[in-house]
Design a binder for this molecule. Structure first.
Ligand code: ARG
Length: 581
């Protein structure tokens, strides 16, 4: 249930009854200040303009027709024609007990393209953002009931693989066959570097590498076998990172660039048949007016190089066609860094013009900024190398272990390690998810691992703290009377009501994550929820002497709902909680 949506729907309908045109909506938002009620509708002014009447008058007439008496106990006109809505306490407590996290039924099919590492190298921090943000959005969409199809569009094709195969072949010659190469592939980073060095320094090697590209692309069996071995090893590396990160991608979600190979020639000929391509210096290009630069030149979309090779854009065009035509997606979301913005604008528009994308599919690039070091420059190791993800995650766990040990030296070591894993990985993920993805963000160990502020440890701690209240409640007579008909929630104190309201806004947060692909909306929500809980806990004693059983029961329920919401919300972000920490 989404209260904002519910109010919006009902007030919009009332506005239409008064003759407002279909484009006018109620524009309901949570109120900025308590004296303005819980929600405010701001659409009356625009409606009045359309109807050429006085907004306050229209607002007054609206209140005469609008019946919200089932959920609101006061509606008032404010300022130039705002409507303040005060919700009923009984309605709030009823809503808390049922359907709070339910969504309207949906039958959308949503493709989410994320992670997509280049398999020639080991996964590095550059892939972290796409993987973490994409996975959070996927979880939210699935929670809402959508059919989500993950697409891990890994880079497994292209000229680099010729170089890698050439290196494999020469190592196999030295090490008694292909199986002898396996140990060297354990460190893909070094393997790639060696191959690249040889490619740059040895002309014979470079020529061999180029031959292998041609052989690979023409389907040479021996070449394909070596390539497959390399890809398998590289995917194993990725899977180890996914497992450690708690990312839901599996082998079945891998839909590599190479999978579109057989379709690339068709893509080009279909574009040709539609008259969308011209030959430019031997290359096949689409010049679309929409991509005209200031000087009048047009940035072309190259779909086939001189010499016949295909490009990144070509496989993405094939991928759009597959996602629209075969997977029948209603939406396709692409999580890549912002530098690819033009690429996707071009691919999406050309795909539409070519009829590769249905008229109804919504193609959405969800860009993100860079992960920066504390110096504000791209995140690197102290010596200036790329940071490997495995190393980064190991450091997160180590740092968290030190913190946990400091806080809880009495816990046994295994438990401290378990907590450290959940806290450390959670901190890395949350630090990324809590920022608006559109900007760059600065990676900082101290702030992400802090137990104060908008961090994973703070939220995990808030959860554990509520759990400890329940352990104590169990020991304090009369125990835990939480279920059943008598489990009423009463909202007398301001802090109780504020917390209840926040608990009911969970779906507003997840709806906006789903719509905009911005998990930071859920993070902000959870952070505010934890803050509301802390204020509630300070103002409203639960287990103290003198608290009546009824009040205690009601407050325990609010605490319980808070814990559930924190757990579910963090779970949607791919972050775990623990009973104690
Ligand atoms: N492999 C690409 C990269 O590393 C990301 C793939 C994104 N998905 C896509 N359909 N192009 O930048």
């Amino acid at each position: 249930m989404n209260i904002r949506q519910l109010l919006d729907d009902r007030i919009t309908a009332a506005l239409h009854t008064l003759g407002a045109p279909a484009t006018v909506t109620a524009i309901v938002k949570p109120s900025a200040r308590p004296e303005f009620g819980d929600y405010q509708a701001n659409g009356v002014m625009a409606a009045a303009k359309q109807l050429k009447t006085n907004p306050r008058e229209l607002a007054t007439r609206l209140l005469e027709t609008l019946d919200l008496s089932d959920l609101a106990d006061k509606l008032e006109v404010a300022g130039p024609g705002f409507i303040n809505i005060h919700l009923k306490n009984e309605w709030l407590s009823g809503a808390l007990r049922g359907g709070r996290m339910q969504y309207p039924p949906t039958d959308q099919t949503i493709v989410v393209d994320y992670s997509g590492p280049n398999l020639a190298k080991e996964m590095h921090v550059g892939h972290l953002r796409s993987t973490i943000i994409g996975d959070a959005v996927v979880r939210v969409l699935e929670f809402q009931g959508h059919k989500v199809i993950r697409q891990n569009h890994v880079g497994d094709w292209g000229t680099q693989f010729g170089m890698l195969i050439a290196h494999m072949v020469s190592l196999a010659d030295k090490n008694g066959g292909v199986s002898g190469v396996e140990p060297q592939l354990a460190d893909l980073e070094t393997f790639y570097r060696e191959a690249k060095q040889r490619f740059d320094a040895e002309p014979d090697f470079a020529n061999a590498a180029r031959d292998y590209v041609v052989k690979l692309q023409s389907g040479d069996a021996e070449c394909l076998q070596l390539w497959q071995q390399f890809i398998d090893t590289s995917l194993h590396h990725c899977e180890a990172v996914y497992a450690r990160l708690g990312v839901s991608l599996t082998r079945a979600d891998v839909m590599p660039e190479s999978a579109y190979n057989a379709d690339l020639a068709n893509v080009v000929s279909d574009l040709q048949a539609k008259g969308l391509l011209v030959e430019d210096q031997g290359a096949q290009c689409a010049f679309l007016d929409e991509f005209k630069n200031k000087d009048g030149s047009i940035t072309p979309i190259i779909v086939q190089k001189t010499g016949g090779g295909y490009l990144y854009a070509t496989s993405d065009l094939a991928a759009v066609r597959y996602r629209s035509g075969t997977l029948k997606a209603d939406r396709a979301l692409y999580f890549t860094d912002a530098r690819q913005a033009l690429h996707f604008q071009q691919v999406f528009l050309l795909a539409r013009k070519a009829g590769f994308a249905s008229d109804t599919i919504s193609l959405e690039h969800m860009p993100f900024g860079n992960m920066l070091g504390e110096d504000g420059k791209p995140f690197k190791t102290r010596t200036g190398g790329t940071v490997k993800l495995v190393d980064l995650l190991a450091e997160a766990e180590e740092r968290a272990f030190a913190l946990v040990t400091d806080k809880n030296p009495e816990l046994d070591e295994t438990e401290r390690h378990d907590i450290a894993r959940t806290v450390g990985i959670g901190a890395v993920k949350y630090a990324d998810l809590s920022k608006n993805r559109n900007s760059d963000y600065i990676f900082n160990w101290e702030s992400m691992l802090s137990f104060e502020g908008n961090t994973a440890p703070y939220l995990q701690y808030a959860y554990a703290r509520i759990k400890s209240i329940f352990r104590k409640a169990e020991e304090t007579p009369p125990g835990l009377p939480l279920s059943g008909e008598e489990a009423k929630i009463s909202l007398h104190e301001v802090a109780e009501r504020t917390l209840a309201m926040k608990l009911l806004q969970f779906t507003e947060a997840t709806d906006s994550v789903a719509k905009e692909g911005l998990p930071n909306h859920l993070c902000t929500y959870l952070y505010e929820l934890a803050g509301n809980f802390m204020s509630f806990y300070e103002a409203c004693p639960i287990l103290k002497d003198g608290v009546t059983e009824e009040v205690r029961n009601s407050r325990l329920q609010l605490a319980n709902l808070t814990a559930q919401t924190l757990q579910t919300g963090l779970g949607l972000l791919g972050i775990g909680v623990m009973e104690r920490m």
